[in-house]
Design a protein around this ligand. Structure first.
Ligand SMILES: [Zn+2]
Length: 431
């Protein structure tokens, strides 16, 4: 049976090639796809759920390109610390106590927050990924998941590689196609060259892309230069990783040559301005990446270094910090910032049917309620979203043609149970 939803009379920011806007427009969802979008669609016959878009603005669902979802358990647990102290004295000891069930509940909290905030696709790298995938399937979220592979010694390296390969085999395309599995070699500094060669060799027959942290901090780049006489990007190019499909998180400290390589190899880039600022990592060269046509989108990173999963904050930050740092208010316009969080995310994942409102695209949709003081009047809805809106303005969310958030409530998850479980578990982990 065909399931149908009609959104009627909303302002629609399509993010299509012409950046077309319908004021107002109607959009019809059939099963998992957008069946039509136009100024008016007559009520189709048969069973159809009608959602009023009056006073609301419809955008493609937001795409969060980098997360460690279960780290919601460590929200506001370790702040205002140098990166290594944050990691080694606080996060790693707490993570060592994590159980599979902790990861399930921590991820569920992240899913609740992300869906409530208009995110319809997210990318994750963590441990116990079977539990992450299970939570994602239950929630209705679209997810791109990878088990972290760490090769600091050969025993751990082979064990994590084995787990990561099994994860891909077991989960690719599950959840009615909403789960995409990737391989997650954590970073060049945790997967040294000899081990990275093993990873590439042993995964050659798997149809899976790679998710890696790349050039996040100045010290990472300096160490790579000292050890291998190459930048992290140059090293990954030499090892052959960039001949595969790659999503690279951060990419803060890049040479001009690195930028050319990333654009040329069509590497997806997750720009995570909130996390980079909070951990004092620096500011990524976003305008130069965009100038070269790199495939850039936005991510929040984990809640331990952000500390929320609100994509509207990343949209705002990515624009404001470039304007401020370069003393140039024309940099990263509202249209560009919103594109990064929608169609840009789809491009970075090489999933071009995401992040755009057009016929045939996936029905991943976010409807914002503009009937609020900080979003009036509607002089420019795009600018209102980028400079004035936040996650709490999201009213309705549809993922893969299924209604998952209605009137601000997540229909697929039990919020009170999630708060209870995560509060209890966070206490134990930090004790
Ligand atoms: Zn990360």
């Amino acid at each position: 049976m065909t399931s149908r939803i009609l959104i009627k009379g909303a302002t629609m920011i399509t993010m299509n090639e012409e950046n077309e806007r319908l004021t107002p427009g109607d959009l019809l969802v059939e099963n998992d796809r957008i069946a039509s979008i136009d100024h008016t669609i007559l009520d189709p016959e048969g069973d159809v759920k009608v959602i009023s878009g009056k006073g609301k603005v419809l955008i493609p669902g937001l795409i969060n390109l980098h997360n460690h979802a279960a780290m919601t358990l460590f929200r506001s647990y370790a702040d205002d610390l140098p990166l290594m102290e944050w990691l080694q004295n606080k996060i790693l000891p707490a993570e060592a106590k994590l159980t599979a069930e902790d990861v399930y509940w921590g991820t569920s909290l992240a899913l609740l927050e992300m869906l409530r905030g208009g995110t319809t696709t997210f990318v994750d790298m963590y441990y116990y990924m079977d539990e992450v995938a299970r939570a994602c399937v239950e929630s209705g979220m679209r997810a791109v998941l990878s088990e972290g592979i760490i090769g600091v010694n050969s025993k751990i390296g082979h064990k994590t590689l084995h787990t990561a390969k099994n994860f891909v085999k077991n989960w690719q395309g599950k959840g009615e196609g909403r789960i995409t599995a990737m391989l997650g070699p954590h970073a060049p500094y945790t997967c040294p060259p000899d081990f990275m060669k093993v990873v590439l060799k042993e995964t050659g027959d798997l149809d899976a892309a790679f998710h890696i942290h790349l050039a996040e901090s100045r010290s990472e780049v300096q160490e790579s230069l000292d050890r291998y006489r190459k930048t992290p990007v140059g090293l990954m190019l030499e090892l052959g990783l960039l001949d595969r499909r790659v999503l690279a998180a951060h990419c803060v400290h890049l040479t001009d040559e690195d930028i050319e390589i990333l654009a040329d190899k069509e590497v997806g880039i997750s720009h995570n301005p909130g996390s980079n600022l909070k951990l004092g990592s620096g500011i990524a060269p976003l305008p130069r990446l965009l100038e070269k046509g790199a495939r850039v989108g936005l991510g929040t990173d984990g809640a331990a270094s952000n500390n929320n999963l609100d994509m509207f904050e990343e949209i705002l930050l990515c624009s404001l910090i470039q304007k401020g740092v370069h003393e140039k208010p024309t940099l990263i316009t509202a249209a560009q910032a919103l594109e990064l969080a929608t169609r840009g995310g789809g491009r970075a994942l090489h999933m071009e049917e995401l992040g755009v409102l057009k016929e045939g695209a996936k029905a991943d949709l976010t409807l914002l309620d503009f009937h609020k003081p900080h979003l009036q009047p509607h002089n420019n809805p795009e600018a209102n979203i980028v400079y004035s809106a936040s996650a709490s303005d999201v009213d309705t969310v549809i993922v893969d043609g299924r209604l998952v958030v209605e009137g601000g409530d997540v229909l697929t998850l039990d919020a009170e149970r999630i708060y209870y479980e995560t509060t209890k578990r966070a206490k134990r982990l930090q004790g």
